[in-house]
Design a protein. Sequence first.
Lengths: 529, 330
Amino acid sequence: MPGLFAAILVGLTVVSALCGLAIHAGDIPLFEQLSKPYTWSIIRFTFTQAALSTFFSVALAVPLARALYRRQHFFGRALFIRFTSISLIVPTMVAVLGIVAVHGRNGWINDLLTLIGLSRQDYLYGLNGILIAHIFFNLPLVTRLFLNGLSDIPAYQWKLATLLGFNSKQNFRLIEWPALRGLVPGAAGIVFLLCFTSFAIVLSLGGGPGSTTLEVAIYQAIRFDFDLSKAVALSLIQIGLCLVLAFLFFSKQSVLKLQSDQPPGVGRPDSGQVIGIVHDNLVIGVTAIFLLSPFTAVLINSLSGNGWMILTDQRFWRAFGSSLFISLNAGLLATVLGLSIAHLIARLRCNQTTSWLATIPELVGMLTLLIPPITLGTGLFLLFRSFTDALSLGQWLVISINAIFTLAFTLRILVAPVQQQQNRFHHLSRSLGITGWNQWKLVLWPTLKKPICYAMAVSTTLSAGDMGVIALFGTDRLSTLPLLIYRLLGNYRLDQAAVVAICLCILCLLLFWSIEKLAHSPAGVKPHA
Amino acid sequence: MRFYLFVLLLISNLALAQDKPVLTVYTYDSFASDWGPGPKVEAAFEEECECDLNFVAVDSSTGILSRVQLEGESSSADVLLGLDNSLVVEAQNTGLITEHEVDMTKLDLPLPWNNQKFLPFDFGFFAFIYDTSRITSPPNSFEKLLDAGDDLKIVIQDPRSSTTGLGFLLWVKSLYGEDAPQAWSRLAPKILTVTKGWSEAYGMFLEGEADMVLSYTTSPAYHMIVEQESRYKAIGFPEGHGIQIEVAAVLKNAPHPELAQRFMHFIASESFQTLIPTGNWMYPVIFPKQGLPAEFRDLVRPIKTLMIDPQGIADNKADWIDEFNQALSQ
């Protein structure tokens, strides 16, 4: 049974990595770490930035979702909403670079300030920069969740509101807020966990002594001090805190949907008011500028200046090649693992007596979100280092860890369709005796090709844009495009970094588009005559 | 797609398979970069060694050490180039380093060096650089820097990731000792940001983001020689300046031990050393016969050189860094 094998493989990899690290570390000074004031200031900062990021993302998403819901027709609305659903797969380093170009000391905002005669402000580095980047990534996500929640408000409620002559405030208090309230804990929980474990953003915009999170501190313990026992202790603290948080947020699970099934367009009493129109347009306009300006800045910076020189540099092409190689392999691996585990979950759920067992493989998929990838990578590296040379080992480790970490996404995409497919075809194919390759070719692929390709597109694109463990194993010989952006940023070659960022975006778009397109090709089965 | 990937993998493997022996040297990125001394060093050594010199660039000097620790005895590195006096004991304690065979009595160092495992290849003095077209009277002593107004913005490097940052920490420590935490708190409001490496800090300074940057007394020579620009100056502090001595070492498990030793001799030779002043922008450890470039004569030369004994650094580094972190995270 491939599903069981896949789940065990993932579980075993995680466990053996942790053991590998623990063995090399010797004793683990958990209490010694906890007694240090600096550890506490790291924990405090990790919480503070996550809490503030969550607060702002959720608080700003409410008016934005409302405005988008109230304005069903404006130019670019569909595009704007499409953007909110893909913001999670935008490569972090591209956004970071764009944010530096807009908000840095020599960025657009400061250029504007000097134009109107004010002095330049340094607000980017440290907490502010981290918050800006976290809001940039999470505001669209939360807005999307809230917009779907609002879209599910039944039409009769609005008719009632019209009859009763509700004003805008009453609409919000009595109709919209009740629809959103249930979504807030789940949305806030996801954002909080994402920000709590955020790595690349904190590393590039913070990372100094005053703005280090646990995840970055683990990286620093390994990369700067090579203090493995400290790294293990910090990892344990992080895993423990994440488990507690996950339990708090998700024990009462609310349903979060990224796709809405309600048809849009319901007349509501306050959509014609002038104040409302001005307010909504202002909210949408300001957020659109906030979300789009970093991309525009990167694009403009890449076109001006002579950053194009980087394209003649072999470092660029090495990074490009590795990015392609790593992302395709990781995407494929994540999809295969995801499909197998989804299959296992579906099989277990089919049967009343085993359905409770299905939570175990589900947890295996989710557990990886709680364990710092850096810790996992180091553990595996120490286990396997005597078998092969560092360069090729590094490459395969990055692939496996990217695959394990995008597994949560592929599982989320695949479980529901696999379950449906299972319910429809399981008995039929069993009675017809279709198994193995035939089952894949005749039953699985035709019915599941869309979600499979979507899952692979998402996981490949995520891997291509990821800057996690590669930060640990990267040298000039083994580098990916996001790492190259990070390094160029570190050398203050912003023009070259912008060019690499544009190339990375193009690569991601091409990967996403071409893999998703695989579902439309008639490969495997012949079309009906 | 799989086929292309297979071909790709094959090509990348073939590229590594060559008949000449490959000497692998781990170094930091600015040494190996196109504008650093790396390419010239590579060409000069390959001319005489019948080998292929392969620089693997890690993002920082501390990165070189942690990289080798991560790889352990299975590391493919032969030589480490770019550790410094603040890291030698830590590096030695890994047990991964072996002795080199170079006679160090011929080296011209401002301080005696007697660690047989590490070969100094250049040295420099830490200093703050400012732009004379922007500030006319910078603080001209360490005390005045600490007392300066908070609108004076400086960029320094993280002592955990950058040897310049660590050098600065040791500089402050040798001046203030037990009172270092107070010195850090006085300095904190003036620190615009703590960067991971030297390049980022220096880049920010050149772009005008900060008034002063922590670098070396030799940095202005770069601007004078390469850019014919004399507006960047180092500030001489009467309290004295911290020194950095950069070193190279051979790994005990080096795949090519003889070649590695040969490279160490090359480092202490005229052909390597002449590349240092205008390549790595530091002082060479063997004084060139034709003298240093004229621009080096105009540089600030410290009245007093400060260096903490390497063993003391190894014993206390963690605590001192905690002290620094604590003061700056308030």
